[in-house]
Design a protein around this ligand. Structure first.
Ligand code: FCB
Length: 466
């Protein structure tokens, strides 16, 4: 008997910029990703989301494939500048109609929509006024959220505000590899604070709107293993937990920052700065659930050590340095690890451990696994996409979720990344995640992969048949 209950949602996920295309049609305004990816040298071979996989024009065909696969829920994001081309003010009714039609189509096919309000494509007009560093962006976000509740809340019950703060803030403001390409930890922390304020205010507005549903926040779930038992490595791994987990989950699940780290950032950089009422706003608007995006764990070493570990691409990966805690730690290859072509460790136990760590720290909050998947170059054999490694990856991670549920975790749904092959933010189309292949040489024709049928059978058996 599997641990998955009848009401468990078997889904799949995407995000607007990565699938929609139609970047300038029907009144849509530019997002920071439209502008960034058009600048030379920012993405793999200059790939961008102008067309992506043209889901904007083909959503009915895509939803028909979801229905055929038996998906019970579909997680997707809304493009803010499609709804408010200038970020605020005038509403683009053609954009509202697109999402309304998509939602109708999902509901007609008994697929429960799960909306992400912000999957990184900020309206460029708001970036021009300072983006997340400007508190007014949080206010504009709440107006945008209110519009979505009003127009879609009659049909959509599952909402989340933000996707992966660590990525869009970390890369947007510390490593500089995502827009707005800033490299300044102090500015990162203040921008991130405004995201938490926007989230809490949008949760408050959600409850005031009386939409009959629940609202959550989606974070990266990443566990950290010290390279050795040395006190320095253990301390380094604990700091990584502090940054990746406590800093990013506490404000939305406890309504406050972790005190020790907060004291450090305030001493180092005098951030985050709170406006009057921020503490109460965070405290009073804890969200209903948390979405966990799990891909990998990281092995952490103190930075004073010489490591001689072999690496495919680079022995040292994102380091603590990049996140502003200079010289404190670095991510290294685990000598016993199995890695993907993109150097992400395949470590399903981390999913069980991570879920249980969240449960231990935050109590019995409902959880959704909002992303999980394998990025790979899929083999094509006799015209068929034979993605057995993806099937293996998903299977062992479903086992890992089941193990956490058997230990009491309240996991309510699973959304593999991704439903369809789509644009990787920086890696173009070569990094495939989907159940459905898109033929870029042949008019973006859709083709079911082997994993499509595997997941179809798994859903039909409610998780029994793996
Ligand atoms: C996550 C993002 C998602 C996708 C996967 C591979 O960080 O949420 O958009 O790119 O990684």
């Amino acid at each position: 008997m599997s641990a998955f209950p009848q009401h468990f949602l078997w889904g799949a996920a995407t995000a607007a910029y990565q699938v929609e295309g139609g970047h300038d049609v029907d009144g849509k305004g530019p997002s920071i990703w439209d502008v960034f990816a058009h600048q030379p040298g920012t993405t793999y071979q200059g790939t961008n989301g102008d067309v992506a996989v043209d889901h904007y024009h083909r959503f009915r065909e895509d939803v028909a494939l979801m229905a055929e696969q038996g998906l019970q829920s579909y997680r997707f994001s809304l493009s803010w500048p499609r709804l408010f081309p200038q970020g605020r003010g005038e509403i683009n009714e053609a954009g509202v109609k697109f999402y309304s039609d998509l939602i109708d189509c999902l509901v007609e096919n008994n697929i429960e929509p799960m909306i992400t309000l912000y999957h990184w494509d900020l309206p460029q007009a708001l970036q021009d006024e300072g983006g997340w560093e400007n508190r007014a962006t949080a206010e504009a976000f709440v107006d945008y959220a209110r519009l979505c509740y009003a127009r879609f809340g009659d049909r959509v019950k599952l909402w989340s505000t933000f996707n992966e703060t660590v990525v869009f803030i970390g890369h947007g403001y510390i490593t500089g590899s995502h827009p707005p390409s800033v490299r300044d930890p102090a500015r990162a922390i203040q921008a991130c604070h405004h995201v938490f304020v926007a989230h809490a205010a949008a949760v408050k507005a959600f409850r005031a709107s009386q939409v009959a549903g629940t609202i959550g926040f989606v974070n990266v779930l990443q566990t950290h293993t010290p390279l050795t038992h040395s006190p320095a490595d253990k301390q380094a791994a604990a700091l990584a937990d502090g940054i990746w987990t406590h800093w990013l989950y506490d404000p939305v699940l406890k309504g406050e920052y972790p005190a020790e780290l907060l004291a450090k950032t305030q001493a180092l950089w005098n951030v985050p700065q709170f406006a009057t009422g921020d503490e109460a706003l965070l405290k009073e608007n804890i969200c209903d659930f948390i979405g966990l995006n799990y891909y990998k764990r990281e092995t952490v070493a103190a930075n004073d050590r010489q490591t001689h570990l072999q690496a495919n691409h680079s022995g040292e990966r994102n380091s603590g340095h990049e996140f502003g805690f200079k010289d404190l730690f670095k991510f290294v290859r685990n000598p016993t690890g199995v890695y993907t072509d993109w150097d992400w460790e395949i470590y399903p136990q981390g999913l069980t451990e991570g879920i249980l760590q969240i449960k231990a720290r935050y109590g019995d909050i409902p959880l959704y696994i909002t992303e999980n998947g394998l990025g790979a170059k899929d083999p094509v054999i006799d015209g068929e996409v034979v993605d057995d490694p993806r099937i293996d990856y998903l299977k062992i991670h479903i086992d890992a979720i089941e193990a956490a549920m058997q230990q009491g975790a309240d996991v309510r749904g699973y959304y593999p990344w991704s439903f369809i092959d789509l644009l990787s933010w920086l890696n173009g189309y070569q990094k495939q995640y989907g159940f459905v292949y898109v033929d870029h040489q042949n008019g973006l024709a859709r083709k079911r992969k082997k994993s499509f049928f595997w997941y179809q059978a798994l859903i039909a058996s409610r998780g029994e048949k793996r």
